[in-house]
Design a protein around this ligand. Structure first.
Ligand SMILES: [Zn+2]
Ligand SMILES: [Zn+2]
Ligand SMILES: [Zn+2]
Ligand SMILES: [Zn+2]
Length: 88
């Protein structure tokens, strides 16, 4: 009996730690600009992107990065704060 049900991988990314988490846009995690957000947790001028040390999370239709348990969204030369990330 071949019981070999392989998970279909639609994403052929080099996902070593599995696909990124997905978080829906909500009042808890708004996709807003927060110009007053002072980035803590990483150096000023750090540019989030592929290869940076922060976990990538899909937030609605864009990509955010987890810094100190919060979603950071690169915007202009700083980050927007898209709310806390639940769980681990
Ligand atoms: Zn913004
Ligand atoms: Zn980063
Ligand atoms: Zn976001
Ligand atoms: Zn930031």
């Amino acid at each position: 009996m071949s019981d070999h049900k392989s998970h279909q991988s639609q994403i052929s990314a080099n996902a070593r730690t599995g696909p990124p988490r997905t978080i829906a846009v909500s009042t808890h995690n708004p996709a807003d600009c927060t110009p007053a957000h002072a980035c803590g947790g990483h150096s000023v001028g750090h540019a989030h992107g592929p290869g940076c040390a922060h976990e990538v999370v899909k937030h609605g239709d864009h990509t955010d990065y987890v810094v100190d348990g919060r979603l950071h969204h690169p915007c202009a030369k700083r980050c927007d704060d898209h709310g806390p990330v639940e769980g681990k």
